[in-house]
Design a protein around this ligand. Structure first.
Ligand code: PLP
Length: 400
């Protein structure tokens, strides 16, 4: 079906560069947690485009705000201001103030990788000459642009693109001693996820995150938290760092911040942001009015429904049900960022495929576990529906 669906110049022609593997389904339409493919088949989306459409597909509040904005003003360049982007940056700053007790400043961009590029450049400018190193964790994911890829703790992803940019080192996730040992005078910052998302939905412990905060304070390093996947209520708090009660120096965001509109942001404490001067960074699309409208609509709607509380409560409900399924050995994660561990005898990819055929969208985040990150707006009946589908597939012995 995919070859036929993509066919524009011959049966086997695919217009996309071959970096993603062959997609098995083409989706045409979505509403809330439901998706429909081009044949009209219905699915429940328990991946949310990888933790992106946290308010559901085509959320009316977000769609209306974006539609109104695109019919009012879309883009004027950074030589000028526009009210929508200014409001978005103010809203993000207000949220970071409420959650970390600090005021800062925002750079708006278009993706998580770009947000991390800003963090890495900030770290280098903050560190000064000779102090440019960024320590991140093995198993981490920070994006695909070259510096974000260099920060990503997955050596196999580096290999085809050597040489990587300099100044990156990786330590085992969760090992504070290893992190401390990796710090020398060339290190300027630590970049860390509070839950490793792509790495398998592995939450950091509170002690680890507090330990990093303490080390960064002692050594004068920036604690930079990549909240691209964990941010915007996904884990049951606005940001993952809140679970540990710490205040980061730099926070990067994307995914859920736009509910599907491509936008990202880097936030830094005011004295940290102050190391940037005009010309140090930029992007044509930094702070377009449309992106600004999307961000403010997402924050307002998440506040209105109290998305962090919903994610926490529904996440508990879902995890309780998942862990009771025969064939689920454990459930990891926080809020509505979860992984069901199927155990070493089970091929998660086969389970993913069977679930997709039955109309449930998930992701085999590693060889033996399924990532589940449904929209926060998902009604409880649809959690039950998903649990029944997973239980059914596992009971049939799929993937054994
Ligand atoms: C997805 C992700 C990124 C990269 O975001 P893009 O928008 O794909 O560039 C970075 N960090 C984390 C933690 C992510 O989950």
């Amino acid at each position: 079906m995919s070859a036929h669906a993509f066919s524009t110049a011959g049966a086997d022609y695919c217009p996309f560069m071959p970096v993603f593997g062959a997609p098995s389904v083409m989706f045409e339409r979505g509403s809330g947690t439901e998706l429909w493919d081009v044949t009209g088949k219905r699915y429940l989306d328990f991946l949310s485009g990888i933790a992106v459409v946290s308010l559901g597909h085509c959320n009316p509040a977000v769609s209306d705000a974006v539609t109104k904005q695109i019919n009012t003003l879309s883009h004027v360049s950074n030589f000028f201001a526009n009210p929508a982007a200014t409001k978005a940056a103010t809203d993000i700053n207000q949220l970071l103030h409420e959650t970390s007790g600090q005021w800062g400043q925002v750079f708006l961009c278009n993706s998580g990788a770009e947000a991390n590029e800003v963090a890495i450049k900030l770290a280098r400018k903050f560190g000064g000459r000779g102090r440019y190193g960024v320590v991140s964790a093995l198993g981490s994911f920070h994006g695909r642009t070259l510096a974000a890829l260099a920060a990503t703790g997955q050596p196999a992803k580096h290999e085809p693109f050597q040489p990587m940019p300099e100044g990156f080192r990786h330590v085992p996730y969760g090992d504070l001693g290893a992190l401390e040992a990796s710090i020398d005078p060339s290190v300027a910052a630590v970049l860390i996820e509070t839950v490793q998302g792509e790495g398998g939905v592995i939450p950091a412990t509170t002690e680890y995150l507090r330990g990093i905060r303490r080390l960064c304070d002692e050594r004068g390093l920036l604690m930079m938290i990549d909240e691209v996947q964990t941010g915007f209520a996904r884990t049951g708090e606005w940001f993952g760092f809140q679970h540990a009660g710490i205040a980061p120096d730099v926070v990067t965001m994307a995914k859920g911040i736009g509910n599907g509109f491509p936008v990202g942001a880097a936030w830094a404490r005011r004295d940290v942001a102050a190391v940037f001067q005009p010309g140090d960074h930029g992007s044509t699309y930094s702070g377009t009015a449309i992106a600004g409208a999307a961000v403010s609509a997402v924050i307002a709607e998440m506040r209105r429904i109290d998305a962090p509380t919903l994610a926490r409560e529904k996440g508990e409900y879902f995890a309780q049900k998942l862990v009771q399924i025969d064939g689920v050995e454990a459930v990891r994660g926080q809020g509505l960022l979860r992984a069901a561990e199927l155990g070493p005898g089970r091929d998660a990819k086969a389970v993913f495929t069977a679930l997709l055929e039955r109309g449930l969208v998930t992701n085999a985040v590693n060889a033996t576990s399924l990532r589940l990150a449904p929209p926060i707006t998902t009604p409880l009946e649809q959690f039950d529906e998903a649990v029944d589908l997973i239980a059914g597939v596992l009971a049939e012995g799929v993937g054994l």
